[in-house]
Design a binder for this molecule. Structure first.
Ligand SMILES: *Cc1c(COP(=O)(O)O)cnc(C)c1O
Length: 295
């Protein structure tokens, strides 16, 4: 794709680096951990958000679409990333936000608006029907023709983009872990694995049983077939999306002190807590080599 140069955002830099994470709490159990630092590839369009957008932007451009429309909650990282990508590569962007408008805008939405994104709001009942033709048609009447990115940016093209993360890893490993919201990242990572390698995801939403079917659906959309080499752990949501408690907060503070890495508490902290808890519980046989993705 030919990227227009407006100088506001540097191009995301791939491959993302892989860092050793020596930690006695893992070493005691013979577990070896490395971090895939997808969070470092770009400050405005971090890791998995860029991987999920990449082929969608290319397809939108090939179809001659100049406007991206997408969905999210008021704190959605995907909304932010889409706004930044739109500004960077010259698309108009419309963000359809769940619930009512609150002024002043929170930091995420203020940033999106500053990138030029048009924000519009759907009440929760209509938002639930956001993939239905009448809702999509009404949005087209209001904003003009658009290329639609689903909530969280997860679709078949996004899965193909995130699968490439695995190709970048040149060291051997047994398990790759990620935090899961909508499932696109997990679907791609699992599709990219080979042999006995497995993907283990930690759901950050409460009641995320829907992921079992959704991840399979996304893999089929991307490749026509689903894999069985992945598991979703539903036990570490800490009360639900963007919920936290002092146990999680203390874990994040301690982790920063030990390793100089501050975990994003909505996603990565829950995954990392889960990895350490499962290690402590003896879930990983000694010798297990884990890669944890920070997005
Ligand atoms: C969006 C996001 C995820 C979840 O990705 P899904 O593909 O929606 O499962 C994980 N970590 C971070 C930091 C994210 O922004």
């Amino acid at each position: 794709m030919s990227w227009s140069e407006d100088g506001t955002t540097d191009l995301p830099r791939l491959p993302s680096p892989l860092h050793e994470l020596p930690d006695e709490r893992l070493e005691r159990h013979g577990v070896h951990l490395q971090l895939k630092r997808d969070d470092l590839i770009n400050p405005e369009i971090p890791g998995n958000k860029w991987r999920k957008l990449r082929y969608n932007l290319q397809t939108a451009q090939e179809q001659g679409c100049t406007r991206l429309l997408t969905f999210g909650g008021a704190y959605s990282n995907h909304i932010r990333a889409t706004a930044a990508a739109g500004r960077r590569w010259g698309f108009d962007t419309v963000g359809v936000i769940r619930g009512e408008e609150h002024k002043p805008l929170n930091d995420s939405l203020a940033y999106a608006a500053e990138c030029g994104m048009t924000l519009t709001y759907l009440d929760r009942t209509t938002y639930r029907r956001k993939t239905e033709p009448d809702v999509l048609a009404a949005l087209a009447r209001q904003f003009g023709p658009y290329y639609v990115l689903p909530e969280g940016g997860s679709n078949g093209l996004a899965v193909r983009g995130t699968a490439e993360l695995v190709d970048e890893i040149t060291t051997e490993f047994d398990v790759i872990c990620c935090a899961t919201g909508t499932g696109g990242t997990l679907a791609g990572i699992a599709s990219g694995l080979s042999g006995p390698q497995r993907a283990l995801s930690f759901a950050v939403l409460k009641g995320a049983q829907f992921l079992e079917e959704e991840v399979r659906r996304l893999q089929r959309e991307a490749y026509g077939t689903a894999t069985t080499n992945w598991t979703v752990d539903l036990g570490f949501h800490f009360g639900g999306y963007a919920k936290r408690n002092t146990v999680l907060d203390d874990f994040v503070i301690d982790f920063t002190e030990r390793h100089g890495v501050t975990l994003d508490w909505v996603y990565e902290a829950k995954m990392m807590y889960g990895i350490f808890a499962r290690t402590e519980a003896g879930d990983f046989p000694p010798g297990t080599r884990i890669i944890a993705v920070l997005s």
